[in-house]
Design a protein around this ligand. Structure first.
Ligand code: TPP
Length: 627
């Protein structure tokens, strides 16, 4: 490997001495490294392969040891990591001890923010640019954002502000006409039209020069001024972002190293709000990913030679709850024509692609716009429909106020299917679904459920669709237990007792029930006899059940795949206090109040004490204390 050009690159400064041909060679080497590393560990392949050329050119033109580079989402930062001193850690991408799959300031000063959610890059970059302005510094700021994220409300709010204050900010619009799936909506249509437009800024300049050369008197000049603008409009359509106060450039082929270098050098010479529109291809350089970028957006490990995905146990299990929820939803939607489904740019991940296929007229992909997804659901519900918003727990956070203001406050019957609830594994802290119970349970009238098995999932879905108010059902990135724990009908606010013992009670929520059952079975062999309850609901908590469990056991241990503050255990403590029960007998097993780094989901659960071993250990300690 000694002849790898990459091995001679120790910092972005080393790029300065490279020719265009060298940069092209380096891009190929980086693509090969990204592809082989993702083949081993999984990761965001298609987006990363698409921005290798851009990354090289950015690091060559700017000096991000003092300038700022903010990647939107951050899932496309692999080449950036490779170039900024993290090649060693990159070998163990997304695994314990290796680098994160997203920007991480703890890893490198080249990453200003820890990111993973879409749409925030322009806002945070603007803040950096204004801080530099306040300090009288000439450091430059660049945000790179995809065409998918650009339609996000947060991105548009930031653009509006940046144009208004005339900030010294370069926004690079990385247009590959894909989010995870093809981009949707009016902006996507507009960008498609712009793809075939002539270069905006260059041509406008030419038009101006032609008019300026005409020999005209002063009054004629004024008159022609108006015509000039009209002429400009006719020759080159004004870019929509010019209306925001940005000077726009492009489109440039993001895989043409020479053109990209030239454009970036030009961008560096300019000041003020400016936008460079580039076209890239997701998966560029690796045929399977270029052909099917959707499937290769976030890939699990694969065989590099043939692009065959490797079936690994965790990956096989990962979509199991999603599939089960979709099976039930599709069955219900066949009979109930009021059911409509909404995704925020995640038809594949949430399983709603199946719904879209079966009921195309009742399906809405709103783009990466969770706030709008929930507001839209409120309107649809008000109009008599039963909207189901399927969304990852971490991204539903974006719709917090719509859930309050447009939904809960109105008491509207929408159902949120909260997928990837709990620890998610390799994507790490930006993507864990650890907060949804806390942020959903504090509004009056909300019902919040978590199934432990397929029977509970089906029962909850049916109740939710017939309900008169807002519901959320949370489930993890994990396997559905092969058999049901009980066939007891699901009723709102009622738990199910799965086994009885006198020494203590494990009251578990959702996916934690399987763990509690396993721990109880092990402890039985040690002579410790436990009651195990599937709580089913985080709101309302089963008040009668709680009184009984606290009355007949020395302690109750709640178990949940959620952060401790404000979670299910907190709800149980509050319910105990509200009923005048002895809340001191309630103990909680939950994810600690800390950000949990990337690893496998099983390892994260174990580290949080939420595996069967950890629960058994907690029980032994409680038994020691109470005997
Ligand atoms: C708020 C939010 N919702 C959903 C996602 C999931 N997600 C990750 S990448 C992505 C697509 C991003 O598309 P685009 O901005 O065009 O970037 P590209 O991958 O095409 O480079 C989505 C929807 C997210 N990261 N953040």
């Amino acid at each position: 490997m000694a002849d790898r050009l990459l091995d001679t690159i120790h910092s972005p400064q080393d790029l300065r001495r490279l020719s265009v041909a060298d940069l092209e060679r380096l891009a190929r080497e980086i693509r090969a490294l990204v592809t082989s590393t993702v083949a081993e560990h999984g990761g965001h392949l298609a987006s990363n392969l698409g921005v290798v050329d851009l990354t090289l050119v950015l690091h060559r033109a700017f000096d991000f040891s003092r300038d700022h580079l903010v990647w939107d989402v951050g899932h496309q930062c692999y080449a950036h990591k490779i170039l900024t001193g993290r090649r060693e850690g990159f070998k163990r991408l997304r695994t314990s001890g290796g680098v994160s799959g997203f920007p991480a300031p703890a890893e490198s000063p080249y990453d200003p923010f820890r990111t993973g959610h879409a749409g925030a890059s322009i806002g945070t970059a603007l803040g950096l640019a204004l801080a530099e302005r306040a300090a009288g510094s000439d450091a430059r700021t660049v945000a790179v954002i995809g065409d998918g994220a650009m339609a996000n409300g947060l991105a548009l709010e930031s653009l509006n502000h940046a144009g208004g204050v005339g900030a010294d900010l370069l926004v690079i619009l990385n247009d590959n006409h894909m989010a995870i799936s093809p981009t949707v909506g009016g902006l996507a249509r507009y960008l498609t039209r712009m793809r075939t437009a002539p270069l905006y800024d260059n041509l406008k300049q030419e038009a101006r020069e032609v008019l300026d050369r005409l020999p005209l008197g002063e009054s004629m000049m004024r008159a022609i001024h108006v015509l000039k603008d009209a002429f400009k409009e006719a020759v080159v359509p004004e870019h929509v972002f010019e209306r925001f106060g940005f000077r726009c450039f492009g489109p440039v082929d993001g895989h043409d190293m020479e053109a990209l270098l030239e454009a970036m050098e030009e961008m560096k010479q300019l000041e003020g709000p400016r936008l460079l529109h580039i076209h890239t291809k997701k998966g560029h350089g690796f045929a399977p990913a270029a052909e099917k970028p959707e499937a290769w957006h976030s890939a699990r490990p694969f065989t590099e030679q043939n692009g065959q995905l490797i079936a690994e146990p965790e990956a096989v299990e990962a979509g199991a709850w999603t599939d089960a929820a979709m099976d039930e939803l599709l069955a219900m939607a066949t009979d109930d024509k009021r059911l409509v489904a909404i995704t925020a740019a995640m038809p594949e991940g949430t399983g709603l692609a199946r719904f879209a296929h079966r009921f195309p007229g009742r399906f809405f992909d709103v783009g990466i716009c969770e706030s709008h997804a929930v507001a839209l659901a409120a309107g649809l519900a008000k109009g008599g429909l039963r909207p189901v918003v399927a969304v990852y727990s971490t991204f539903l956070q974006r719709a917090y106020d719509q859930l309050f203001h447009e939904v809960a406050l109105q008491g509207l019957p929408i159902l949120c299917l909260v997928d990837r609830a709990g620890l998610v594994g390799a994507d790490g802290p930006t993507h864990h679904g650890l907060y949804d119970i806390a942020y959903l349970r504090h509004w009056p009238g909300v019902t919040l459920a978590a199934p432990a098995d397929r029977h509970e999932l089906a029962g909850m879905l049916r109740l939710a669709v017939d309900a008169g108010g807002p519901w959320a059902i949370r489930y993890p990135r994990d396997a559905v237990p092969p058999t049901n724990f009980s066939e007891e009908p699901v009723q709102v606010g009622r738990a199910a007792v799965l086994r009885r013992g006198k020494d203590g009670a494990l009251v578990a929520l959702g996916t934690s029930v399987a763990v509690a059952i396993e721990a109880a079975a092990r402890l039985e062999a040690e002579g410790v006899h436990l009651t195990v309850v599937s709580a089913r609901f985080a709101k309302p908590v089963d008040a009668d059940g709680l009184a009984e469990w606290l009355g007949s056991h020395p302690w109750v241990l709640t178990v949940e795949d959620h952060t401790a503050p404000g979670g299910f255990g907190s709800a149980v403590l509050e319910a105990a206090e509200a009923q005048g029960l002895d809340a001191r007998k309630v103990h909680r097993a939950a994810v600690p109040d800390a950000f949990i780094e990337h690893d496998t989901r099983a390892a994260q659960l174990a580290a949080a004490g939420l595996g069967a071993d950890g629960i058994a250990e907690r029980v032994r300690a409680l038994v020691r204390r109470t005997t």
